[in-house]
Each structure stands twice: as C-alpha cells, then as structure tokens.
Design a protein around this ligand. Sequence first.
Ligand code: MN
Length: 240
Amino acid sequence: MNGRISDRFHGVLSRRELLGAASTTACIFAFGAMAGASGGAPPQTLPPLPYAANALEPVISANTISFHYGKHHKAYIDNLNKLVEGTDLAGMPLEKIIAATAGKSDKVAIFNNAAQAWNHAFYWQSLKPNGGGEPPAALKQKIDSSFGSLDACKKELAAAATGQFGSGWAWLVLEGGKLKVVKTSNADNPMTQGMKPLLTIDVWEHAYYLDYQNRRADYVGAVIEKLINWQFAAQNLGGK
Ligand code: MN
C-alpha cells in the first residue's frame, strides 16, 4: 500500500513528506506487529485513493487532493488511532466504532474522527475521473421512481450540498425502499439514523477552497456533472 500511495503522490508531496509518510507507515507496521504479538488490535490504516491525485483535474486539483487526502483524511485516521489505543474500540471496523459512539457526549472526539475517516473513504469512491452521465439502469429506475427524474435528483443533491450551513456532507441514501437526499453537519453520517448511504459530496471548505474559494455551488455543480460515480451508488444500492 505504501508503494502505491508514494507512486500516486510522487510530484505532489515533497520528498521530505514522502519520507515522513514512509517512516510513519513503517512505525504503524512495527506497532501492528508488536500489538499482534501481545494480542492487541491493529490500528486503522489510511485506505489508498482509488485513482491518482491528479485524476480529478480540472474539477478538483491535485493540490486539493494532496491536502485533503494526504493531510485531512490521514489526520482523522491518526487521531482515531490515538483516541482508541488500549480501549475496546481499538481494531473494530469503523462502522462499529461509529455505531458505538454516535450520540454519546463522552465519545464525541472518537465519533468525529471515526465518522470522518469513514466519510472520506466513501467520498473518494463517490467520485471518479469522467464521472457524471447516466446512472446504471437499476439505479436510474430507482431515481426516477423516487425523484421523478435524474435532473430532479441532481437538483436536490446540489441544493443539499450548497444549502448545508457550514461544514458537512450531502448524501444520496436509501431509506425504507426509497432514495432520498439528505445533508449532515460536521462528521455526521446518515447511517446513524438507519439510512444506507449510496454516495456523498464533501462540502467542508477544505474540499474546494483552494480551487473555488467561496464558490461552493460551482464546485458542487462540477462534481455532480463531471465526477459523480453513479456506478458506485448502484453497487451500494445492490439488488434493493
Ligand atoms: Mn473532507
């Protein structure tokens, strides 16, 4: 994994950062080996990006991705590992940590970092180079029956993403057999309310500010038209 990340970020992160990332990974592996030997749980790891850092240009720059993935997403993973080290939550799948900490006032920091770790991995997969276009047939049918048309669905998604006040996320979800668009604040994830996420758009300023500054609507519009990964949403919908 380390080699793949290094390859993807070659030319984006500096040599010093790459060496830093390599030694961090080496430490994680060493720690994992020690934890395994003593019966402890392995820490969470940063999943690889599903494409190169510059693959979403010109809609999202390699510069934005290098900070967003290499710094922000990585920090959520690192913070989570520190927060759960030595607790029952260490080594649990992210979904279980999210479910176990949602709404608990003494577990807010763990929830925030676990949910942000999950949300970002889901966001990277919700985008793809040359995305947008027509959803696969089964998803298209579900969109038509839930929203009336693909255009109506896209308009609702754009409205949720641009209308979220402050940091948060816009989601296409499945609930009670129908598709819905919802928005959440900060790290919140609709799975804590019994909904099944199909795709998401990150509307934290760090997702777009380097490329679009305050023009969130332009970022959202370009993502929906040119990057959105309907195939990923269709996979998440499954046979339902
Ligand atoms: Mn983000």
